[in-house]
Write a protein that binds this ligand. Structure first.
Ligand code: ASP
Ligand code: MG
Length: 426
């Protein structure tokens, strides 16, 4: 049986029209599909705010909560704006209303001494709500489908907020729960980003993790291909919001995609490529606005086509400079202690540099974690940091490309290898 995995991100379901467009794309072709859907629009950010406020100040963010509910309710009303559909709208609004009630209770009763655990149990609601709406709508529009909750099939450990896949268990669940359903249904819908522990507690796979969910499913289903539907025509050599005149990459080897995502190319989640590469499953990146246009394919190939400088910008970077209090040299022992603490606080290092007595490390700003990291480090080290920096990475760089990216800004760290140039800018 040929099975296709497709993923629709937040921007592709951020309004009623967007959801209708998903319906159009899916009904254009009949094939066996497992479709992964993200939270609608900026829902995940809003849920993060709600979690942070509760965790830090024990305040319930009523306004943000009401906005989220209104946002989803409006989408439902617009999806069913024909009078003949008003029962449907009501039925779905009731379902969603119950989920929101559950969310509200959960925020206030979940023991919140563990930020990561609280985060996953709350933030995963975004995907639960979006898939409930999309699945219901598609069924009413005649596209018969079955919604399966990701926490039943994507099994993980309990490393909340960045959970690791339990591959054996996930394979078993997919073989026993998903494959048989595909006999009856051409379309199965599930949540991206979300997984479940063996006790069925909610976990998440890291921000923007829906691509990874789709890749895990593709791997375990031995899919024919995976398609990610985006608001861009494919993989571009830079974010068009930052760089004028971008170029579309037509095809790219898996290895290059791994490099790009490692450096922070936001179009692909870093863990996405490996499960696909292992099973040689091609990944298509296509525009949901122009679904018939050819996008980008990432597959087993020799070279990037075309080869052009590829720019990756990461904002809100922190540069932490760490100096041992006894001014001992930055030796293996000192470095391993620093890395132990970085790992303990789940910091992902984007760039690092060491000198004889200091070690500098750059990572994404996260104000919930930074104070406790610094606190731990300060037992043995002097710590200073700069924030609000930008990290620019250019693959296949040229002098012209570097000048374009830096623009006379102050360079704090520069690193160059044969193919990659990186600049940390103030
Ligand atoms: N909704 C999640 C996020 O915004 C996961 C995803 O979209 O991939 O991070
Ligand atoms: Mg998203």
């Amino acid at each position: 049986m040929k099975i296709y995995v497709e993923k629709f991100g937040g921007a592709s379901v951020n309004s009623a029209d967007a959801v209708k467009n998903v319906e159009k794309i899916l009904s254009a072709e009949t094939k066996k599909r497992v479709v992964v859907i993200s939270a609608m629009g900026k829902t995940t950010n809003k849920l993060e705010n709600i979690v942070n406020l509760w965790f830090n100040e024990r305040k319930f963010f009523q306004k943000q909560f009401d906005e989220l509910k209104t946002y989803h309710t409006n989408i439902i009303q617009q999806l069913f704006n024909n009078t003949k559909d008003s029962n449907k709208a009501e039925e779905l609004i009731n379902i969603i209303e119950k989920i929101f009630q559950e969310l509200k209770q959960k925020i206030q009763i979940t023991p919140s001494s563990d930020y990561n655990f609280l985060y996953d149990s709350i933030v995963s609601f975004g995907e639960r709500i979006s898939t409930t709406i999309v699945s219901f709508y598609l069924n009413s529009a005649g596209l018969k489908n079955k919604l399966i909750h990701a926490y039943h099939i994507i099994k993980t450990d309990n490393n909340y907020r960045d959970a690791n896949i339990n591959w054996n268990q996930t394979q078993l669940e997919i073989d026993s729960k998903v494959i048989p359903l595909l006999d009856e249904y051409d379309l199965i819908i599930t949540q991206g980003f979300v997984g479940g522990t063996k006790e069925n507690l909610q976990t998440t796979l890291g921000r923007e993790g829906s691509d990874y969910s789709a890749a895990v499913l593709s791997h375990c289903l031995n899919a024919t291909s995976m398609t990610v539907w985006k608001d861009v025509p494919g993989l571009l050599n830079a974010d068009p919001k930052r760089v004028s005149e971008t170029v579309k990459i037509l095809s790219m080897p898996y290895t290059e995609a791994v490099e790009l995502s490692y450096y922070g190319a936001s179009i692909i989640h870093p863990k996405t490529i490996k499960p696909l590469e292992n099973a040689k499953i091609p990944l298509f990146i296509k525009s949901f606005l122009q679904p018939s246009e050819e996008g980008t394919v990432i597959c087993e190939s020799e070279n990037v086509k075309p080869i052009v400088p590829n720019f990756i910008f990461k904002d809100n970077q922190i540069l932490l400079s760490i100096v041992p209090k006894d001014l001992s040299f930055a030796t293996e022992r000192v470095l391993s202690e620093i890395f132990r603490l970085l790992a303990k606080h789940k910091i992902k290092v984007n760039m690092m540099q060491n000198s004889a007595i200091s070690f500098s490390v750059c990572f994404d700003e996260n104000l919930n974690i930074l104070p406790s990291l610094i606190n731990d480090l300060e037992k043995e080290f002097f710590v200073r940091y700069n924030k609000g920096l930008q990290l620019v990475t250019i693959r296949h760089y040229s002098n012209e490309a570097i000048n374009k990216a830096i623009h006379e800004r102050k360079i704090l760290i520069e690193q160059k290898s044969r193919i990659t140039a990186q600049y940390l800018l103030d």
